[in-house]
Design a protein around this ligand. Structure first.
Ligand SMILES: [Zn+2]
Length: 683
């Protein structure tokens, strides 16, 4: 709707099991904050909703690992994230929690309504169950070997190494991450929402209806989901942490976190409305409300397909008007990884750079992954701050104010007769201000920010051309007009850059000694009154030195290495075994007597190993490290009673033992230290 009466804007509810990093900010929070600040400055009715997502298996898993209750985990990260967002200037109207009473009531009521309407089908099937812990295992609680890449710590829903999405049944050698035991299959009952039933409606609503106005990356993902066919999805889970299923015979079951979490937007709005004397239904049920969800691309299906289906199935709610999801932000050449600690954590950044909030906002908006993945580099951060914020915006404001203090005691001088030059400058600014607005409304924030910075460039060009510092001796009246014009441009900048750089624009307004203005004033030629006494100018931005950047790059490298080591060694630590179990392994010495490559298999070699009494064919994954010639005559240790298995069409009759370092850069044979006959027993 082009001119709605009000806006309900949401940012993805962060999971309360860890802190926020810059990738989250660039994806779902900064663009939303820019949008709502712009809308508010237009005087529009907007509520900006967010909060902690406090349910789901990832939280109970984290709690078990740390040996504390889930409540302690969510309390800790709710507070941390709430404060971090606030300090960074993300201007939520409410930052709520899904563990709150009002949320439990809302989510539970929503489920009951769907149940009463007959929207669910009840199904019993077999799922993995941990007999030691006596509980069903959510996908995240199961780990095993990835069938696609052989990574040995893949999860039941995803392999973090190769990125494949998996189902628990696909994992080779599945283990419960709670007890380390092999889980068994056990029957359980759940309530499913037949997403497939809504397919014709989704085609009409998204594929026909939002072809033009949704971002191509969002539209494309929705279309491919719908085209590949939707399946019924369980809306309940076997877990003891979450919103209880409000039905009889449903003990030990909670609502699926992707049913629960988006309803969090509704319950947060209820809380905000109650606190502020508003009617929450206006913001969710009125046809004149625009509902906009800001998220990262990993949440597109939940916000564009599953949540709208829930709203539609329930009835009475508006549907999302737009879901301007962003792609991913990478960091220094790699994907951001929370498990490897390859990330810039926002709360740490704020501690280290307490006066550089807007510098990070500026850079994250400039490189926002709006249409494809993008990358944050500390070197680029430094360049953008120094060459753009300091050299263009900061420099223009500083020159305008310093000259005014020098010539006119800091009072806004009179605007005399405008020459063609000023008329041209004001015309250009008028066009740019309009363009910034339309870019923001189209969710093109990078473009909007670049356009706003062009106003500062125009200001710099204008000063360079008119040279008031040279004119002051001959023509003071003309200098008055020039500086008045420059100061009006500063005031325009304080309005159009406020959504992007709220802290700095606040400081600029203080220096101009002028209150914050609404958007409609931005192209006004007389924002500041003649004679207005301004405060002493301070620099809006400071240059960032090389040493500061080098320290950050070094920090990132060192924490990534430490984290990687600990992840690797952790994943290799195995539970105790009894001696009888170990003695089942028949390990013997041998020597490689033949080695040849296998066509189309670049990782493995086909080896013949002499074990004294016999020779065995063994396929070994050493081709990435050794050439066939290099290993002829190599003494080795062989697990000879490993069940034979076909690898690349060849039966491998045993396994050669190898040692590998933690970053997998080195793989080496294990061989006896002294001469010993082939076939000697290792024990
Ligand atoms: Zn994999």
């Amino acid at each position: 709707m082009p001119n709605p009466e009000r806006y309900t804007v949401t940012s993805a509810l962060p999971y309360a099991n860890g802190p926020i990093h810059i990738g989250h900010i660039a994806g779902a929070y900064l663009p939303a904050d820019i949008y709502v600040r712009y809308l508010r400055s237009q005087g529009r009715d907007v509520v900006y909703i967010c909060g902690s997502d406090e349910h789901g298996a990832a939280i109970t898993l984290r709690a078990k690992k740390e040996g504390i209750g889930p409540k302690e985990i969510v309390d800790k990260y709710h507070e941390l994230n709430k404060n971090t967002f606030k300090q960074f200037g993300i201007s939520f109207n409410i930052y709520h929690r899904t563990s709150s009473q009002i949320h439990h009531e809302t989510a539970s009521g929503f489920f009951s309504k769907l149940y009463d309407l007959g929207q669910f089908t009840r199904k019993t099937n077999e799922q993995y169950f941990d007999e030691t812990e006596q509980q069903f295992l959510a996908d995240r609680y199961i780990s095993g070997t990835c069938p696609k890449c052989n990574y040995d710590s893949a999860y039941g829903d995803q392999c973090e190494k190769c990125g494949s999405s998996l189902s628990p049944n696909e994992l080779i050698n599945p283990k419960s991450t709670l007890s380390g035991e092999t889980p068994v299959q056990k029957k359980t009952t759940h309530w499913y929402l037949p997403l497939n039933k809504f397919e014709p409606w989704l085609r009409e609503w998204i594929i026909e209806g939002h072809k033009e106005d949704w971002k191509p990356n969002v539209y494309g993902q929705c279309k491919s989901w719908i085209d590949s066919g939707l399946l019924p999805r369980a809306m309940t889970r076997d877990l003891d942490w979450g919103v209880k299923v409000p039905l009889e015979n449903a003990e030990g079951k909670v609502l699926y976190v992707w049913l629960d979490a988006p309803i969090g937007y509704i319950s947060a709005t209820k809380q905000w409305a109650a606190d502020n004397g508003k009617n929450w239904e206006d913001y969710w049920k009125s046809e004149s409300t625009n509902l906009i969800h800001f998220i990262g691309k990993d949440n597109i299906v939940f916000h564009c397909i599953i949540f709208p289906i829930l709203l539609k199935a329930h009835g009475g709610y508006v549907l999302p008007t737009n879901v301007p999801a962003n792609e991913f932000l990478n960091l220094e050449g790699e994907k951001i990884s929370t498990s490897r600690n390859h990330a810039i954590w926002l709360h740490e950044y704020l501690k280290e750079f307490p006066d550089k909030k807007d510098e990070m906002r500026y850079v994250l908006c400039s490189i926002a992954p709006e249409t494809k993945d993008s990358e944050f580099k500390w070197k680029d951060f430094q360049a953008r701050v120094n060459n753009e914020l300091v050299a263009i915006f900061g420099n223009f404001v500083n020159r305008s104010l310093v000259l005014t203090h020098k010539y006119f005691e800091g009072k806004v001088p009179e605007q005399g007769e405008l020459t063609d030059k000023e008329k041209q400058v004001f015309d250009e600014i008028e066009t740019l201000v309009a363009n910034i607005g339309s870019s923001i409304e189209a969710h093109r924030y990078r473009e909007a920010l670049a356009t706003a910075m062009n106003i500062a460039r125009i200001g710099n060009g204008y000063l360079a051309e008119t040279e008031p510092w040279k004119l002051i001796k001959q023509d003071e009246e003309r200098v008055k007009t020039i500086l008045n014009t420059s100061l009006q441009i500063c005031a325009t900048l304080s309005i159009v850059l406020e959504p992007f750089l709220p802290h700095v624009c606040g400081k600029l307004n203080e220096m101009l000694n002028h209150p914050k203005c609404e958007w409609g004033k931005a192209d006004d030629q007389q924002i500041l009154q003649t004679g207005n006494q301004m405060r002493k100018p301070e620099l809006l931005f400071q240059k960032i030195e090389d040493t500061v950047i080098e320290a950050q790059v070094a920090k990132l490298k060192s924490i990534s290495i430490v984290a990687e080591d600990s992840v690797n060694s952790n994943s290799r630590k195995k539970p105790f075994v009894r001696f009888e179990e170990f003695s089942k392994f028949d390990i013997r010495t041998g020597v490689i007597i033949e080695a040849e490559p296998i066509p189309k298999a670049d990782k493995v070699l086909k080896l013949k190993v002499d074990l004294g009494t016999e020779q065995r064919t063994i396929v070994a994954g050493v081709a990435g490290y050794y050439s066939p010639d290099e290993i002829l005559g190599q003494k080795v240790c062989v697990l000879v009673n490993l069940e034979p298995r076909k690898i690349r069409g060849i039966e491998s009759q045993g396994m050669i033992l190898m040692a590998e370092n933690s970053d997998q850069s080195k793989l080496t044979f294990i061989s006896p230290q002294q001469e010993i006959e082939n076939g000697a027993i290792i024990r």
